[in-house]
Design a protein around this ligand. Structure first.
Ligand code: PGA
Length: 248
């Protein structure tokens, strides 16, 4: 089975020429590039193999919302996926209620949401069972008012399990606990009867050295890669670490 590798550039690089250069090196089948808004169109134009993702969206389609970008706008410039509820946004005040509205907006615009969930360190210290409860609660709140719409309209959905303490720290989760959490999330999704293609990815300090230990697990459908996605050589090694290698 092929896996998905998402490159989450966050607020990097600083210019459109650098973004296009990086995108050319990461234009690989099975890869999704989550570029800053301002580079999406330029990056989209050069991609032949990879797909395009935004890192955020707004919940209203249009109107008096200065500074926001709607899911329909993203759709109209060729974006296919959108990251929603990344822990870096939750840390800035994005609530499950907001995330819930953004998921609805993304599905209405025919974008595939990449919903990020994951527990903070103080929760994980209490054990994996407590962490599962935390993640389940996030999933329930994030999908709360979207269940009907998902059943009716959504064709695909991605959940990224990213333990907050593993993001950008160089300390990844251990692959067997991560796989157990993935199984748990997949079982949760089964209870929803969504009838769509749902994939669960791992994120948090994935690099060239540890990628295979996550990606070779059957429960883990891919990876959300932050820091290492800014280094094209390392990123390529991550992609190549998948069992049945993705060919360009
Ligand atoms: P990281 O980031 O790979 O730098 O830990 C992952 C993410 O934030 O999606």
């Amino acid at each position: 089975m092929s896996k998905i590798i998402i490159a989450n550039w966050k607020i990097n690089p600083l210019s459109v020429s650098e973004a296009v250069k990086l995108a050319k090196k990461e234009d690989i089948k099975g890869v999704v590039i989550a570029s800053p808004f301002v580079f999406l169109e330029s990056v989209g134009k050069i991609l032949k193999h990879a797909e395009l993702a935004a890192q955020n969206t707004f919940w209203e389609e249009k109107g008096a919302y200065t500074g926001e970008i709607s899911a329909q706008m993203l759709k109209n410039i060729g974006v296919k996926y959108v990251i929603i509820g990344h822990s870096e946004r939750r840390r800035l005040g994005e609530t499950d209620k907001i995330i819930n509205k953004k998921i609805t907006a993304a599905i209405k615009a025919d974008l595939t949401p990449i919903l990020c969930v994951g527990e903070p360190l103080n929760i994980r210290k209490k054990g994996l069972t407590v962490a599962k409860k935390f993640v389940k609660n996030q999933l329930q709140l994030d999908f709360k008012n979207a269940n009907k719409l998902i059943k009716l309209k959504a064709k695909s959905l991605i959940i990224a399990y990213e333990p907050v303490w593993a993001i950008g720290t160089g300390i990844p989760d251990n692959p067997s606990s991560a796989a157990e959490m993935h199984k748990f999330i997949k079982n949760f999704l089964k209870t929803k009867n969504y009838r769509l293609k749902a994939e669960v990815l791992y994120g948090g300090s994935v690099n060239a050295k540890n990628a295979a230990s996550f990606l070779n697990r059957p429960e883990i459908d891919g990876a959300l890669v932050g820091g290492a996605s800014l280094n094209p050589k390392e990123f390529r090694m991550i992609v190549d670490s998948i069992n049945n290698k993705i060919k360009k």
